[in-house]
Write a protein that binds this ligand. Structure first.
Ligand code: IMP
Length: 208
């Protein structure tokens, strides 16, 4: 009989994020499921002042609801010339009916006339793992880039098409999933979380 896999709940409704997290954890002996798989539809109000507060709140909230090991993350784009905006408002930067396209257009408009040298930005990701309403592990990751003058590439999600990554001379929208995961904020955070999970699973934590 196969040993029972530990269940890991991804506390996100963002398809792009869920895809990247799933891919990164593929080779771990985990059964990765989503809130939708559990029929949990209660939204968590992301009103915290920082990525950490939001990720922590989501992780604790959904780990209590699900009863399983739960991974939540909050992430976003910080642009120096915009005083670190959109930051924690990244998902809803263009208002209540925000879409990725509207958010991108708003950033491009605000950055109109800003010279290349002043277009520095970074993606930040904070990830929190919880079990039964207790935090087990917190990790962060970030990646620096430049805000492009125009969109390029149709891969990824969110602000990827306007995030130019100098070392590869491409926007994140032009990177294949594996390439993005190797250098992105989420990929960097996931590398640390994966190492922790591997260790935790080896210690034989009870499958939840
Ligand atoms: P939230 O963490 O669900 O509040 O949303 C984070 C928002 O930040 C997303 O909706 C995107 O707009 C943006 N974001 C976070 N990570 C990425 C990424 O890897 N690529 C592009 N945009 C991102």
């Amino acid at each position: 009989m196969k040993p029972k896999k530990t269940v890991l709940v991804l506390a996100t409704t963002n398809e792009g994020k869920a895809r990247e997290i799933r891919n990164a954890l593929l080779d771990l002996p985990l059964k990765v499921i989503t809130l939708a798989d559990l029929g949990i539809r209660t939204p968590f109000p992301e009103k915290g002042p920082s990525f950490y507060e939001n990720a922590r709140g989501k992780s604790l909230f959904y780990s209590r609801r699900s009863g399983f090991l739960t991974l939540a993350e909050d992430s976003g784009l910080e642009v120096e010339a915009l005083g670190e905006a959109p930051g924690v408002y990244s998902a809803r930067f263009s208002g209540r009916r925000a879409t990725d396209e509207k958010n991108i257009q708003k950033v491009l408009l605000l950055m109109k006339g800003v010279a290349e040298d002043n277009r520095r930005g970074r993606f930040v990701c904070c990830m929190v793992l919880s079990r039964n309403g207790t935090i087990v592990k917190t990790v962060t990751g970030q990646v620096r880039g430049m805000i492009a003058f125009d969109k390029k590439g149709g891969l990824g999600f969110g602000y990827d098409p306007i995030f130019f990554f100098k070392p590869l001379r491409k926007t994140f929208g032009e990177l294949r999933p594996k390439e993005k995961n190797a250098v992105s904020h989420r990929g960097r955070a996931l590398k640390k979380m994966k190492a922790f999970l591997e260790d935790d699973l080896k210690k034989g934590c009870p499958p939840s």
